[in-house]
Design a protein around this ligand. Sequence first.
Ligand code: URA
Length: 215
Amino acid sequence: MTTATKSKVFVIQHPLVQHKLTLMRRADTQTQDFRRLLREISLLLAYEVTRDLALRHETIKTPLVEMDAPVLAAEKNMVIVSIMRAGQGLLDGMLELIPTAKVGHIGLYREPTTLEAVEYYLKLPLETEQRDMLVVDPMLATGNSAIAAVDRLKEANPLSIKFVCLLASPEGIQSFHSQHPDIPIYTAAIDDYLDEHGYIIPGLGDAGDRLYGTK
Ligand code: URA
């Protein structure tokens, strides 16, 4: 279900993900459906992105016998960092699947003329150096926000970082991996190109506006 392309880009090709993504792309999909679909896809992305989590065994009692059963080795050590504001749409679903995760937020806006990312907010949990980080933002477009976020998060020295998005542009992937070749990208699709306004084509429009019904 997952295709790993060169340079650590994992495209989640599960039919449910692809179907729901198509519904999200449609211009006539309303806010409440868009939000629900993003939450549903985020559960499926979380499933794929956590495939390599380490397990340990502990002795439990079933109603019948004792057994050595697998549990997550570092269940409480994960942190999900949402790039505000659209990252929230991926965060909510992921937290349903990984309820013990801590949450960080980084606020970045795109300067409209240069499309550069400008940081306006950062809040991370304590002891980040003992945590694995999932950084979430639905759209990897120019890559500027993702690069700026990961620049900042690397200063917190986490055990690992993975970047999770819904859609990526080839330009965004190239730019992100030119700065952060060590960080894998998980995405539901790689679209055709980025237009002159920084929109992913064919894309789905402005993810934040579609998620919150703003314009
Ligand atoms: N951000 C979005 O929300 N959509 C795009 O197409 C590009 C960046």
